[in-house]
Design a protein around this ligand. Sequence first.
Ligand code: ACO
Length: 337
Amino acid sequence: MTRAAVICGLGTWVPPRVVTNDMLAAELDTSDEWIRTRTGITRRHVVNPGVSTGHLATEAGRRALESAGVTGVDVVVVATSTPDRPCPATAPVVASRLGLSGVAAFDVAAVCTGFVYGLATAAGLIGTSVAKTALVIGADTFSTILDPGDRTTRVIFGDGAGAVVLRAGDHEEAGALRGFDLGSDGRGVDLITVPAGGSEQRGSGVTAEEADTYFHMDGPQVFARAVRHMTSSVRSVLKDVAWDAEDIDHVVPHQANVRILDACARELGVSADRVVKNVDRVGNTVAASIPLALADASADGRLEAGQRVVLTGFGGGLSWGSAALTWPGITAVGGER
Ligand code: ACO
């Protein structure tokens, strides 16, 4: 039997600058009322110029190591779709800043599903004894790729980072990752996208001046698919680990939009108080959203050791994924404020 990957540390970091709905309404044709009723968001954290995804990832990673009480790991995985550069990956520089030069380090790109994909990847490395420990960081700075004049995206996204430390352990112990469900559908490539910056536009002769480097999302199309795929993915992982929906103590979904989270809860037959939400205070932080929500629920005492938790995410790709785990007896360091 392969070894289980067990969560033994959790750390987070959000940039200190807060942008409220009223601040956005002062520069865009929107309102606090529209943003709150359509998304549930009241504010978000945004980086200052000069601060990149790698900086946030390093801060969250440092706090996760502190939470686990360790100074090193065998592998660093950074889930992000706003890497510091198109090439190389952000993870090696994050590892070096954490004093971990020499360890395996690479990025996983699955947009809002990135953290779940990163967990599954690291769990696989631990399960096959390639690594005994791993640091999995979800970090994004979507503020750096949003069109400043686009009210449909500016109001939704926030910046942040969250990280967990995994170690090899037993399948039955608290903190063990019990099962995963992962999926994708590339036919939805244009629904959530940054068209330029990769080989497709460059190879087609699009000049730097013509390139569209801003993020675009077809919100209503994404809304329906997010509910459908997060719901079916949760059902798949529950089947895999032989849990029923009523066995789950907490669902921790990607924090896309409070209406999406409510719709998922209704579809799954899970009461609203068992769905962790913090999108109101941080917005959609993409790959950071699930660990930021975990830290929030851990800090306010909702997550208790041994409880059954299901993580679920949906995002660009299209991509989706869920993980079933039992919660470890750990104290998160950092936390969303
Ligand atoms: N302020 C005021 N009005 C606005 C704003 C705004 N910020 N944004 C859009 N509107 C307008 C639209 O122009 C439209 O006007 P019209 O009816 O005159 O055309 C109207 O409000 C309704 O717009 P919709 O887009 O239909 O609004 P909707 O209720 O669908 O909300 C939203 C938009 C919030 C984007 C929603 O669709 C959503 O949350 N979608 C899912 C996002 C998601 O799940 N993302 C996850 C993955 S993200 C990733 O992977 C990076």
